[in-house]
Write a protein that binds this ligand. Sequence first.
Ligand code: SF4
Ligand code: SF4
Length: 453
Amino acid sequence: MSQQEQKRISRREAIRHLGLGTLALAGGYTFITGCKFGGKKGDDAPGKYVMAVRKDNVTGREVSLLGYGCMRFPTYESDELDNRGRKIKAIDMKKSQALIDHAMKNGVNHFDTAWNYHREQSATAIGQMLKKYPRESFTLANKMPGWLITSPEKAQELFDEQLRRCDVEYFDYYLCHAISTKEGYDKPYEEFGGYDVLAKEKENGRIKRLGFSFHGDKELFKYILNKRPWDFVLLQINYIDWVDQEAEALYNELVKRGIQCMVMEPLKGGALASLTADANEILLEAAPDKSIASWAFRYVGSLPNVLTVLSGMTEMEHLKDNLETFTDFKPLTDEERSVLDKAIAEYRRYPQIGCTACKYCMPCRYGVDIPSVFEAYNKCIKESNIPDMNGPQDDKFNKKKRAFLATYYNTVPEGARADRCIGCGACKTHCPQKLDVPELMLKMKQMVKELEK
Ligand code: SF4
Ligand code: SF4
């Protein structure tokens, strides 16, 4: 079954079951595996890992298929306060250095930072951490914050400062950061001369390869690719966005043009490190000793035009698991692909509600605790405890029904549940996620009423 078909079916299923919400972007990053990490390949002894590498198709440089994203280093609460009086999180250099050393020791040689990561502390931090290694032993990527460019001089100043912060003579890969609109590209890079500054730096050898990171649609992608020569592109690719965010079309456009691709968000912000309980079970049954995250990494790593896959690793556990995945890397087999397709179809059966608990919709005059109602529903999805309202009312149904109601009652106090919603709509206009709160409340109310019978 193609992913397109799966998507259509999953949408139908979602409507049939309840029709609640849109797919949520999970923030957490928790590994689910059938076994402990470590073992033969998981210890610290150097040389035990053979990291997969891909060759840059122009320079011939070997880049590790697992790249280190420098936006999620371990942090601690510093004494410094931000403008809202909250303690600022600073990079824990000792823990971060241990991660970088372990990564280097085991073949990871690509590091990716940007102006704004860790409140502008990332570039300096990774520069310091890599200082003890010969410059040619790693490749370093940095990105131009286009939103700060107001003139060619400003672009030059930003670039010089980035070299200074990283304490390097050149960047192996350099990107125009986070292009998502035509204006967001045209203004800084064409009108204010940013591209020409970077092209000049490439001639000077202070940029080896020039590209951009992208979050827009197909038309904009082609517009930028046609506008200037580019050496590579950083794209958001994972097995959900392959279909949902046109990642397949963008990737294929690069293949057509012979431009290599780097990958960001292979776990979709952590969401694919753990699916729903039932979807996880499908993957764990097929590979009990592999993490759920490993399937997502192998999915993107199996794409031949991918140069490197970035992962922002905060914990040693994340790094070790990823090293396991990219050691003697094996692309997904057809059989594994069909297992993954099955798990994706299961995962898509019940889309989570995209509530971020920001509470802009609160308070509700009628007492409904809106984010808690959605939290309860999403929790049941994660635990695969949504009863199939159209299926047989068998033992499985009754078990899920009991679990669903218990979660709902425990999460949302009486008087704050969906049954108090009168559908006034006052909350709807405040929701930045554009959720149809009254409609969702009505469906939740009907579902609970049905289950309570
Ligand atoms: S629509 Fe429902 S949840 Fe929203 S404010 Fe009105 S009563 Fe409260
Ligand atoms: S405003 Fe929207 S996203 Fe924020 S808590 Fe309310 S429903 Fe959730």
